[in-house]
Design a protein around this ligand. Structure first.
Ligand SMILES: [Zn+2]
Ligand SMILES: [Zn+2]
Length: 200
């Protein structure tokens, strides 16, 4: 959590990025506002192999609705993702769409008093910070073993070439042990020629 969003902070966070101002709702249950915003993320959000990359633009398309206990946020968060295929190691890009339904409780509400902070999010100075919501959802949504395509053929177990490049007829002839022995003999024969002549 950023230092300036703590309870000791005097300064109201600005209505920018993932921080959403709810003051215009006036704490009147039933009032609602919609919000469309593009947020550029300074740091990657996600997992080691797959994440919303740093500098990516995340699109918020949300409705903020005042309810008796707080503000309900619904809508979608759409972001580009960049990953590395766990099967063929190729990097790939994709898009993630998160469907958000999250209540942010008023500081003096019954919900605030009967729940823990890690169960229900809180409004701080009438502001919503959506970043932890996005971070949590991305972490749950993204696969631990991402694939560039559901049917990724991976790498050739014999030589490590990417099968998508090598083609479906790529393969290796398994050498017969007898042929392997002959190959060894052929390789050694130039050096053994002289000895063989002496033995005769
Ligand atoms: Zn792959
Ligand atoms: Zn191969």
């Amino acid at each position: 959590m950023p230092a300036d969003s703590g309870p000791g902070s005097r300064r109201r966070p600005t209505d920018a990025g993932f921080v959403l101002d709810t003051r215009s709702l006036g704490r009147k249950p039933g009032t609602m506002k919609t919000l469309q915003r593009a947020v550029t993320v300074p740091e990657a959000i996600g997992l080691d192999l797959i994440a919303i990359p740093a500098g990516a633009e995340v699109d918020l398309d949300l409705a903020l609705q005042s309810v008796s206990e707080g503000v309900l946020v619904t809508g979608s968060v759409t972001a580009p993702i960049a990953g590395e295929c766990s099967r063929c190691l190729e990097s790939f890009t994709d898009e993630i769409v998160l469907q958000v339904t999250e209540l942010f409780a008023y500081p003096d509400s019954a919900t605030e008093q009967t729940t823990e902070e890690d169960e229900i999010y809180r409004l701080v100075d009438d502001m919503i910070d959506l970043e932890p919501v996005v971070t949590d959802m991305v972490g749950l949504e993204l696969p631990l073993q991402p694939l560039c395509a559901p049917d990724c053929a991976g790498l050739c177990p014999e030589c490590g070439v990417r099968m998508a490049i090598a083609g479906s007829d790529h393969g290796h002839e398994i050498l017969d042990p007898r042929w392997a022995g002959l190959a060894k003999f052929t390789a050694e024969s130039p050096g053994t020629g002289g000895t063989a002549a002496e033995l005769n």
